[in-house]
Design a protein around this ligand. Structure first.
Ligand code: FAD
Length: 334
């Protein structure tokens, strides 16, 4: 009698696990799969059950063929239609809804990127379920972990919704393998829903450096850099010497030292590189929210009491205008 509860719970878990089926919503640009969107597959693998990938756009098939090689996917569903090319949520949400209904998925997962954040709340509303945002861990099929208050508290969310619609933090579900799988390709349903929204244009920052959100190393500058000229003189040479992406604090972005797309933190990007090296950044909680999961944090600040030193693994108290060029020369000659 005493053992009946755990055993029946165990078999119920096993039963649910078999029924779990996840649609991992992937991103593509010009027919190329966006590797950072593979985090949704890593998260789906943690849930167990069957996993289907989903892609749409003018040239979705080549990206779908790339996705088919990612281990863990049973099938990749794609829709070739230019209306979905830029992931406009007004056009994409009815498309995704039809494909979710067709597959009767228990979970729909996308990255917590601009695309996922735009799209999934709409899809959740259309399904009349709760959106679960920016999760960093999965405890079970209905229980998820997410940071709140800029990462100062961790929330455990339990959902009773029939379909769980989830965005995942990329740095918490990094995907390391994109070869070895052989998923089937299948054309999805295209409702060709009418939309009053059309894509006009985009202005993308171009850079040959690694992408900030997925870079192995990041060199960030803050208000301590004093001006855009100084930021550009001091930070890029060290980033180049380390093969790193460039990041910035919000104060540096707001002061015009660095582009918006480089902001790290609560209202910027989340990064978790092997090395996060920052100079002239005080370490406000909103900045820490975006980088404190980095493996090694190194900080240069002239104020020994700056809060950044409380999270830094390596700290250097000194004038960044002296220390950063010195470090750059050392890295170059090593
Ligand atoms: P400061 O706090 O001014 O620090 C500059 C540092 O440079 C100081 O520690 C100083 O000692 C040091 N310094 C100055 N000169 C030198 C020198 N010559 N050599 C060495 N060190 C020097 N911030 C973010 O970064 N990302 C976010 O996403 C973000 N989101 C926010 C969201 C909300 C809702 C709010 C309210 C705030 C947010 N902020 C964010 C802002 C955040 O609170 C801080 O204001 C910001 O991070 C400060 O940037 P900073 O460290 O570059 O500047």
């Amino acid at each position: 009698q005493q053992r009946s509860t755990p055993i029946s719970r165990l078999s119920q878990d096993a039963y649910l696990r078999r029924l779990a089926s996840t649609l991992a919503v992937l991103e593509q640009r010009d027919g190329k799969l966006n590797p950072s969107s593979l985090a949704s597959i890593t998260a789906a693998q943690k849930l167990g059950g069957s996993i289907h990938g989903f892609l749409a756009g003018a040239n979705a098939q080549p990206a779908a063929a790339e996705a088919a090689k990612v281990p863990g996917l049973e099938k990749v569903i794609y829709v070739d239609n230019a209306s979905y090319d830029k992931g406009l949520p007004e056009n994409y949400a009815p498309l995704l809804l039809e494909n979710i209904k067709k597959g009767s998925y228990t979970h729909v997962i996308a990255g917590h990127s601009a695309f996922g954040k735009n799209l999934l709340p709409r899809v959740a509303a259309l399904l009349d379920v709760q959106q679960i945002s920016d999760i960093t861990d999965i405890e079970g099929e209905d229980t998820f972990i997410r940071p709140i208050y800029a990462g100062n508290a961790i929330l455990t969310v339990q959902s009773t919704d029939a379909t769980k619609v989830i965005t995942v933090r990329g740095t918490a579900f990094q995907n390391t393998t994109s070869e070895g799988g052989s998923a089937a390709l299948e054309e999805g349903v295209d409702p060709k829903a009418e939309s009053t929204t059309t894509w006009v244009s985009e202005d993308l920052a171009k850079s040959d450096r690694p992408e900030l959100a997925t870079a192995e190393r990041v060199v960030s500058g803050g208000r301590g850099l004093k001006s855009k000229e100084e930021f550009d003189r001091v930070i890029p040479p060290l980033a180049d010497a380390l093969g790193a992406a460039i990041g910035a604090s919000r104060a540096a972005v707001d002061s015009g030292f660095a582009d918006n797309s480089l902001q790290v933190g609560q209202t910027g990007k989340n990064v978790a590189p092997q090395l996060y090296l920052c100079a002239g950044i005080s370490g406000a909680i909103q900045h820490l929210a975006g980088m404190k999961d980095s493996k090694v944090i190194a900080a240069i600040n002239k104020d020994a009491d700056a809060p950044i030193f409380q999270v830094a693994d390596v700290g250097l108290v000194g004038d960044l205008f002296e220390k950063v060029p010195e470090l750059t020369e050392k890295v170059k000659s090593s």
